[in-house]
Design a protein around this ligand. Structure first.
Ligand code: GLP
Length: 243
């Protein structure tokens, strides 16, 4: 779906999320959101905060699961996705801390297998993801599911691609400081969401978007798996759609 600007697109996506929360509230149901970090969803979160402040949108019956986190990383590190989510959304709305889930950046490596299985189980226990927000990496990753990620993959520790680390280098003050690994929800976890919305703005995403949408479904380009989902929409601005 094409919007003239990322601003207008982000407002429409935030409104879809708000409508979902409100319709679930009416029937007494919870809303389970899968959330993403990066620059792409920032304006969606800003609009959700505005809807909370100005139009009374409540997050008291919302449960969230974030896609990914660098590993290892401290939650208060500048580049941590824990910090990002609190700064860009959670600190500004009425969500209960116990309903927020973000993969750990600090557990000892030996404990991660059980931790990841438990993360999957927690998503199952609340009935699965109602809505999953995604961005896309320049190599076609979703979450941190790098090329090679299997369609049946679940939450796990992965090794980051060189391109992913290179794109994060400026933020970390140099390539050497970028963690080599991350924890990410799997492709199966993401595709099990009832609704998926991927956001992509700008010319630097145009080539990978063209391949993800018009190319074959392939583990070499994880975003292409979205072609197999019955209710996934890729939302782009003019520049992102240019290819
Ligand atoms: C990181 C995140 C992804 C995100 C991607 C694109 O790699 N793990 O979830 O989609 O960056 O980021 P941006 O939205 O800043 O282009």
């Amino acid at each position: 779906q094409l919007y003239p600007t990322a601003d207008l697109a982000s407002k429409a996506v935030a409104q879809e999320i708000a409508d979902l929360i409100v319709s679930h509230q009416r029937t007494g149901d919870w809303t389970v959101l899968g959330l993403a970090t990066g620059s792409s969803p920032k304006k969606v979160y800003a609009e959700l905060i505005r809807l909370h402040r100005e139009e009374g949108l409540s997050f008291r019956r919302v449960i969230t699961f974030n896609l990914d986190e660098y590993y290892p990383i401290q939650p208060d590190a500048l580049q941590s996705y824990h910090r990002f989510m609190h700064e860009h959304l959670f600190d500004h709305v009425d969500i209960s801390p116990e309903n927020i889930h973000i993969p750990t950046g600090t557990l000892p490596a030996d404990d991660l297998k059980a931790y990841c299985a438990d993360y999957e189980q927690k998503i199952q226990d609340v009935g699965g993801l109602d809505f999953q927000l995604l961005g896309i990496g320049r190599n076609g990753h979703i979450g941190f599911n790098e090329p090679g990620s299997h369609q049946q993959s679940t939450t796990r520790l992965i090794t980051l691609d060189f391109l992913t680390r290179a794109d994060a280098a400026a933020e970390f003050g140099g390539l050497a400081q970028v963690p080599k690994r991350a924890i990410t929800m799997g492709i199966r976890t993401i595709l099990a969401a009832k609704r998926i919305v991927l956001l992509a703005w700008g010319e630097h995403k145009a080539t990978i978007l063209q391949r993800a949408v018009e190319g074959p479904v392939s583990e070499l380009l994880p975003a292409s798996y979205l072609q197999t989902h019955p209710n996934a929409t890729i939302i782009v601005d003019e520049a992102g759609a240019s290819e």
